[in-house]
Design a protein around this ligand. Structure first.
Ligand SMILES: Nc1ncnc2c1ncn2[C@@H]1O[C@H](COP(=O)(O)OP(=O)(O)O)[C@@H](O)[C@H]1O
Ligand SMILES: [Mg+2]
Length: 202
């Protein structure tokens, strides 16, 4: 089973993916927690390039290709082999983030983003995706550490990204579980746990 977490900056993805990982582990399940961009040695280098600030603007297409370069590596090196061994894989961000940020946020045609994502994912789709939906204004109040290049985009960009996630999740209601990100972390983790249990029993 392949589980992904999606949503804007500070929506609670890392918090919830860690809680879910711990719960599955404590049940004695084989489970792996990873994240995008990164999750491999090459991927972490690509991630550093993506997050750095430059004195010239970064092309949306450059971002699209770099995220998918990192993705192709993590799918081949980490995610596929783990799934093949029957391990439950949890990934903090995946291809839907690229559709939301580079497609809806940057304005690259969605068809182009989907094509690039197909190359990056090699067709590997999550079985279940949790979208933590929350107003980006609320999230930026939560953030205490230094913001990276993409996080530093203006609020209108982050609003477009949120709308993008909302549209994407409506297009695939059988895969997406949309959760109100303003709920407290414990409540959110209970909702997630119920859905994962249900999916595991299927
Ligand atoms: N449900 C929640 N309510 C309030 N604060 C939260 C909640 N979930 C996470 N946080 C806090 O918000 C910040 C961002 O959470 P994080 O899980 O790192 O988000 P993301 O990985 O989506 O960027 C952290 O300081 C975290 O402790
Ligand atoms: Mg995070």
């Amino acid at each position: 089973m392949f589980i992904t977490f999606e949503g804007g900056e500070g929506s609670g993805k890392s918090t919830q993916s860690k809680i879910l990982y711990q719960k599955l582990k404590s049940e004695g399940r084989k489970c792996l927690l990873t994240h995008e961009p990164g999750g491999t040695k090459i991927g972490e280098e690509i991630s550093r390039i993506l997050k750095a600030t430059y004195d010239t603007p970064v092309s949306g297409e450059t971002e699209l290709l770099l995220f998918n370069a990192s993705r192709a590596q993590i799918v081949e090196e980490v995610i596929r082999p783990a799934l093949d061994k029957g391990t439950i894989v949890i990934c903090d961000r995946y291809a839907d983030s690229t559709l939301a940020y580079q497609g809806y946020g940057r304005g690259i045609p969605l068809r182009t983003v989907r094509n690039a994502n197909n190359l990056g994912t090699k067709g590997l789709k999550p079985d279940i995706t949790f979208f933590l939906d929350i107003d980006p204004r609320v999230c930026f109040k939560r953030k205490t550490n230094k913001l990276d290049r993409i996080e530093l985009e203006d609020i209108r960009f982050h609003e477009k990204v949120r709308k993008g996630f909302q549209k994407i999740s409506k297009q695939e209601p059988e895969r997406f579980i949309v959760i109100d990100g303003t709920l407290d972390a414990e409540k959110i983790s209970e909702i997630i746990w119920e859905h994962v249990q249900k999916k595991l029993n299927e």
